[in-house]
Design a protein around this ligand. Structure first.
Ligand SMILES: [Ca+2]
Length: 247
């Protein structure tokens, strides 16, 4: 390979002769001097750089061969490297044997996932507000819920149903009777029911599979009574985020 000059290196040479650039993307060229003629070569993947031919510069295959005769160099992404290049694939895909294409990883077949089919619980976080004690003559206050708690669930699309999504029970039982009911509008009633699972526990049940993406909200009211007199009302608001995917 012989020395070639470029506009860039010529401009730099006008100030001072370029030093031999070294680094992962550069190496000094291998030159032989035979009968007054200098012949310089570079390692594979490099090309002569600089007007004096002392440096070899990495070839950026990703840029040079982006669209070759055989199609794209890489199906997904190309990463240039010193003396070569490599193709990469998005998460969930493997590079094929030719090093250029991507193939979906079947996690079920390769057992990369350790979830059972019925596992769906991704995240749960909550908040809780409690009202201050009411003065004896304040009826509006005493009718208001003692507490409102918020819970958020993330679930996959088309979850098998019926299925219990949430359980509600008192922190400490004061009265002799608990009542559980579903509050709210049509949307909640279409998808959920509230059932009692034992004396102190009510459960929110999803009636049928729901196709995501969707957000469902339900409010479960728990009323505590002592000999027919209401001691307190507790509201649990549950927001269910349903993913667009079944995985
Ligand atoms: Ca390269």
């Amino acid at each position: 390979m012989t020395n070639t000059s470029s506009a860039t290196s010529s401009a730099a040479a006008a100030v001072s002769p370029p030093a031999v650039t070294v680094g992962p993307f550069f190496h000094p060229s291998h030159c032989t001097h035979v009968q007054g003629t200098t012949h310089c070569t570079c390692d594979p993947g490099y090309t002569i750089s600089g007007r004096d031919g002392t440096s070899c510069k990495d070839i950026d295959e990703c840029e040079f061969f982006h669209m070759g005769q055989a199609g794209r160099l890489c199906l997904h992404a190309c990463v240039n490297s010193p003396g070569g290049y490599r193709c990469t694939c998005p998460a969930g895909y493997n590079l094929t044997r030719d090093g250029r294409n991507c193939k979906d990883i079947d996690e079920c077949a390769t057992r990369l996932n350790n979830c059972t089919r019925d596992q769906m619980y991704l995240n749960n976080y909550g908040g809780r507000c409690e009202r201050n004690p009411c003065s004896v003559d304040n009826k509006v206050c005493s009718q208001a819920p003692n507490s409102i708690s918020h819970h958020y669930l993330s679930v996959v699309s088309n979850l098998s149903a019926p299925r219990t999504m949430f359980r509600v029970s008192p922190l400490r039982l004061m009265g002799n009777t608990l009542r559980f009911s579903l509050l709210g509008r049509g949307q909640a009633r279409r998808h959920f029911t509230v059932q009692r699972s034992d004396r102190q526990t009510g459960q929110l049940v999803l009636g049928s599979p729901v196709q995501g993406p969707a957000t469902l909200e339900a409010e479960v009211e728990m009323t505590e009574l002592e000999k027919g007199v209401q001691l307190g009302r507790y509201i649990t608001k549950i927001t269910m985020f349903i993913s667009q995917y079944e995985f």
